[in-house]
Design a protein around this ligand. Structure first.
Ligand code: FAD
Length: 342
């Protein structure tokens, strides 16, 4: 177990904000995890579990307790047949390293989620997704430490309450479970067109016959598209999409489209549509603007870059200005995607 004291949270989160944490402890096994959690609880200290810190906003006052840094590793094939392979992955594995390995084995179902930063253990928390795939599509179950009952449990898909960028782990059961392993079933069939809009366009532009597309080609395309659209947090501190794409009643979508014909909408179900948050922000002429040291990224307005914020309060002020501008123009309330470390 690696124990560090007085660690700035700005070094553990990609938005690079926040004061110090009293303790940061790396755990590599279920036994260590339980021991660290129980010790912290007995000493009356709060605990918080962290992976890559890429979907997390830390506060200026830091964290007066123990941050558990998940490093439980391992990738194990637990079932294999002619159609599919089931894999159980340690929560501390880097998500994109795992995707790369699965793509190299020609397994499909997560290739469009190439390049998403962070760990496997955090992937179920917001049901990560990109370019037409989301974790829930291939998810079978996860193993977790249940801090409420001091026991290790297995939760199947229905128990996780997956929805768009949501699950029980950031909803009603937030803070209860520490995920230790995730099990997915990946397919062996080649990917089938039509693909997600941006991918379809990418292949058509390169005059690639989409019936010959492989999982590796999808991974390569996604990595290329992402590198042009999303700032690298190592160069420009950010937490990816800062706002969720709002899902609104189809009727409101239709009304807005009448006055803003260029507004993209994506059907969610028969009565709801999704509107890209980036488009709404950009339409308020905020793209490229710097608000309180936070820059609305000029390539993708849904990403906020910490350019020179003096602290968390600057981010709060910038967020409020953006939320207010979008509400005034469209009567839509933007919701923050990254969670807050508190
Ligand atoms: C440039 C950039 C691009 C991004 N693109 C996408 C994208 O395309 N799609 C997408 O969905 N997301 C995207 N994200 C967001 C982020 O990468 C994902 O949410 C990722 O799953 C976060 O992983 P992490 O390990 O960094 O989690 P952290 O930020 O460390 O934690 C996030 C939350 O999960 C909890 N958590 C972490 N590990 C565990 C665990 N083992 N058990 C229980 N709870 C846990 C934490 O307590 C916290 O509440 C992007 C982020 C960045 C910076």
């Amino acid at each position: 177990m690696n124990v560090k004291t007085n660690i700035p949270l700005s070094t553990l989160t990609t938005m690079r904000l926040g004061g110090s944490a009293n303790y940061v402890i790396e755990v590599t096994s279920d036994k260590d995890l339980r021991e660290v959690y129980k010790k912290s609880k007995q000493s009356g200290q709060p605990t918080y579990i962290i992976g890559g810190g890429s979907n997390l906003i830390a506060h200026d006052e830091g964290f007066s307790g123990t941050i558990i840094h998940n490093k439980i590793m391992g990738i194990e094939v637990t079932n294999d047949n002619a159609q599919a392979t089931t894999v159980t992955v340690g929560a501390g594995e880097i998500w994109d390293d795992f995707v790369k390995q699965m793509v190299e084995r020609n397994l499909s179902g997560i290739e469009a989620m190439s390049g998403i930063p962070g760990t496997v253990g955090a992937a179920p928390v917001q049901n990560i997704g990109a370019y037409g795939q989301e974790l829930a599509d291939t998810f079978v179950s996860l193993a977790a430490y249940d801090t409420q009952n001091d026991s290790f449990v297995t939760l199947d898909k229905s128990a996780c309450g997956f929805a768009y960028r949501h699950s029980i782990f950031r909803g009603e059961q937030m803070g209860r479970y520490i995920i230790t392993r995730v099990t997915l079933t990946l397919g062996k069939k080649p990917p089938q067109p039509p693909f997600y809009d941006a991918l379809q366009k990418y292949f058509e532009q390169d005059q690639i016959n989409t019936t010959t597309v492989t999982v590796q080609m999808i991974r390569d395309a996604v990595l290329k598209i992402r590198s042009n659209k999303l700032p690298n947090p190592l160069q420009l501190p950010n937490a990816g999409s800062f706002f969720k794409n709002p899902i609104v009643e189809k009727q409101l979508g239709d009304t807005l489209k009448a006055t803003h014909p260029d507004m993209p909408t994506y059907p969610v179900d028969e009565t709801h549509v999704k509107i890209p948050a980036g488009w709404l922000i950009q339409s308020c002429m905020l793209k490229g603007k710097i608000l309180h040291g936070i820059k609305v990224h000029d390539g993708n307005a849904v990403v906020l870059v910490n350019q020179s914020a003096k602290g968390y309060s600057d981010l709060v002020s910038a967020r409020q200005e953006i939320v207010d501008a979008v509400y005034q123009k469209f009567h839509i309330s933007l919701e923050q995607e990254p969670l807050e470390l508190q």
